[in-house]
Ligand binder design. Structure first.
Ligand code: ADP
Length: 485
């Protein structure tokens, strides 16, 4: 399909109780192409009443979802996995149009997103329990797992499809009905995904979608109603904290994937080719708009000049442009606010003594472009050491001692992921264990994998998504005490 056909094919309404409906009052909001600022289409702008209707629909559907056999849940996910692959070209184009990432990356994300469904299809049929004899011998403990109940799922704009499947996969596998709310910048991928899940045979109301601009106004009443039993959120730490407070009232289960501030450490014994390639992935995947993006790059002082030169050469050779164009490696940022933030952080670092080796500025013309940038001599108190850059900017800082770099790496309120490049086995283990992060990329610039437990510590979040424990976030453990004598 061409661009217009791909946009036209997506439903633009709310999906509540198995039907596509307009928002109450008929309000809509525009979705933009970040490569040129043009309006792609408009979608329904849900009111708080629409949010509550979606919540009620999930509650109504919960018994049917829980009653699906494990095999039936697995079959829905497997069918949806297949449909995602069958439609990968159109879905990738749709994602590039609304989010900006180059087509090759969008295709990669559809494939990654589909993999969550394949993984959780396999998990659905492996939910286990236990049987145990009480120490006194007179009782048996039967341990079983049940769906947690209706869920609210909230996703960000940076991975519009994968953040949806990462939550919907385990929710469906566990037998939970849900209401999902995508980010207003990128609602189209989620609307297409829900269409696919319906085609794959999900029961009416098993998944409901609301798109809206007033996230707080719509979501807060849903949380406070107590109708949901669980909230799974991926987004900023700031919003995550607000939601945790709201969830406290009715003691909702929560999974929180929040911000990151990843250190990327290159020791003097690292394989430099591998480290350069690793940084390009950890920094430039998704234009740097990832919570896993390398944010602070610490390089041993004996190799920093060479490493900096090689990174700058690679960064300056990247082609920036609209993600739909052949050969483009770096798309636009999501919106003007993102460009303003990256500009502010680079200007601040430069004003505190950093040098720009390449890039360093916005690109003239339509769209929200920022040039791939390498900075050296970044001062410790530069704002970008404390804040997520969320853009194509690599700030390099030298270090001398292992202890020193571990202290610098851990001196953040975040704890999602850290990257370490070294060929010294003992150091690799020592440093990996010392980093206060939920994940470590050891000689690897990519940790995201549906088959591994993704998640952070400290202010980066609660819980894990993916891996064999990912489904537990959507299950309650129940124990039945049985008297036998
Ligand atoms: P970002 O700054 O990357 O956009 P946010 O945390 O603001 O990250 O947004 C992530 C998701 O959370 C989006 O779907 C957004 O609409 C939603 N969101 C933002 N504020 C709230 C809120 N107060 N309540 C519920 N959802 C919210």
């Amino acid at each position: 399909m061409d661009e217009t056909a791909v946009i036209d094919a997506v439903p633009k309404q709310l999906f509540v109780g198995g039907s596509w409906t307009d928002a109450t009052g008929g309000a809509t909001f525009d979705v933009h192409d970040p490569a040129n600022g043009s309006v792609l289409c408009s979608v329904a702008d849900a009111t708080p009443e629409d949010g509550m209707a979606a919540m009620q629909a999930a509650v109504k559907s919960q018994p049917a979802m829980a009653a699906l056999t494990p095999r039936e849940r697995a079959d829905v996910l497997t069918k949806a996995f297949q449909l995602l692959h069958e439609r990968i070209d159109d879905l990738a184009l749709l994602m590039t149009l609304e989010m900006g990432k180059p087509l090759a990356e969008a295709r990669g994300e559809i494939s990654y997103a589909a993999e969550f469904f394949r993984h959780f299809a396999a998990e659905a049929v492996r939910i286990d329990g236990g049987y145990q004899t009480a120490p006194a011998g007179n009782q048996r403990f039967l341990i079983t797992k049940q769906p947690v109940g209706p869920c609210i799922l909230i996703t960000p704009w940076n991975f519009p499809m994968a953040m949806g499947t990462r939550k919907l996969g385990p929710a469906i596998a566990a037998g939970c009905a849900s209401v999902i709310k995508p980010a207003p910048q990128t609602p189209l991928s989620m609307l297409a995904l829900v269409d696919i899940l319906t085609e794959a045979g999900l029961p009416e109301g098993g998944v409901n979608v609301i798109t809206c601009t007033d996230a707080n106004g719509v979501i807060e009443p849903m949380i406070r109603s107590g109708l949901a039993r669980k909230l799974s959120f991926t987004g900023s730490t700031k919003v995550g904290k607000i939601l945790l407070e709201q969830c406290a009232e009715k003691v909702l289960r929560t999974s929180m994937e929040l911000g990151g501030n990843a250190p990327f450490i290159v020791f003097e014994d690292a394989d430099l080719d591998e480290a350069v390639a690793g940084l390009m992935v950890a920094k430039m995947r998704n234009m740097g708009e990832a919570c896993t993006a390398a944010n602070r790059i610490y390089v041993h002082e004996s190799i920093i000049d060479e490493f900096g030169r090689r990174i700058a050469d690679t960064m300056s050779g990247l082609t920036v442009g609209r993600g739909t164009q052949e050969g483009v490696n770096v798309g636009p940022l999501i919106d003007q606010a993102a460009v303003d933030k990256v500009t502010r952080l680079v200007d601040d670092a430069v004003s505190k003594g950093a040098s720009v080796i390449t890039g360093g500025s916005t690109i003239d013309g339509d769209g929200y472009f920022f040039s791939p940038t390498v900075l050296t001599g970044v001062a410790k108190d530069a704002a970008l050491n404390a804040e997520e850059i969320f853009g194509p900017v690599a700030p390099l800082t030298p270090f001398r001692e292992e202890d020193e770099v571990i202290t610098m790496a851990n001196s953040t309120r975040y704890g999602l992921v850290g990257y370490v490049f070294t060929n010294d086995l003992r150091r690799a283990i020592r440093v990996s264990e010392s980093l206060e992060f939920g994940m470590v990329g050891l000689n690897s610039g990519l940790v995201s994998n549906p088959y591994a437990p993704f998640g952070g510590v400290k202010e980066s979040g609660l819980g894990r998504e993916g891996g064999s424990i990912g489904i537990d976030e959507f299950l309650e453990t129940k124990y039945i005490g049985i008297t036998v004598s």
